[in-house]
Design a protein around this ligand. Structure first.
Ligand code: MG
Length: 166
């Protein structure tokens, strides 16, 4: 069995991200980079995309980097109205500098409204594209609370980064 057991284990890093935004009437409802028809959207200094904010924080966490709020402070005018995709792209780029790339990701979105199921395939595809992964390496589930929390969107994301060569 020469050769077996000699290989070093894969360099795997896991990261967890969370975010929550209040829904405000008249704001565009952008989640996972997808605009969903809804009379209210996430409030925030940026576009308020809680899914992409959680995802970016998970990437940064896995890479051992600063968090989203430190890298993109909400008092900095550069990030006013910024698309969440910008933060994810920056997090992926910073991880890549460290020799790390996404291997898989999973997201839970907690929202009593809007209904996410019809938009799930598009949201999933968008996440996969942002991470440079095939769609079957990325998942996204919508959960309702039945607590009448239609005024907020909350998201948890886990990301696995690998240092293995592409
Ligand atoms: Mg946020």
């Amino acid at each position: 069995m020469s050769g077996m057991g000699a290989a070093s284990p894969p360099d795997l890093r896991i990261g967890l991200g969370w975010d929550r935004h209040r829904l405000e009437a008249g704001r565009p409802c952008v989640l996972a980079g997808v605009t969903i028809p809804h009379p209210a959207g996430p409030a925030g200094h940026s576009d308020g995309d809680a899914v992409l904010h959680a995802l970016a924080d998970a990437i940064l966490g896995a890479a051992g980097l600063d968090d989203l709020g430190t890298l993109f402070p909400d008092h900095d005018p550069r990030w006013r109205g910024a698309a969440g995709a910008v933060f994810v792209a920056e997090a992926v780029a910073r991880a890549r500098v460290l020799g790390l790339r996404p291997a898989s990701a999973d997201v839970v979105v907690i929202a009593d409204a809007p209904k996410l199921a019809p938009h799930r395939p598009e949201m999933r595809a968008r996440l996969a594209a942002l991470l440079g992964l095939p769609a079957d390496r990325v998942n996204l589930k919508g959960k309702t609370t039945e607590l009448g929390l239609g005024d907020r969107i909350e998201a948890y994301a886990v990301v696995l980064l690998t240092g293995a060569p592409a």
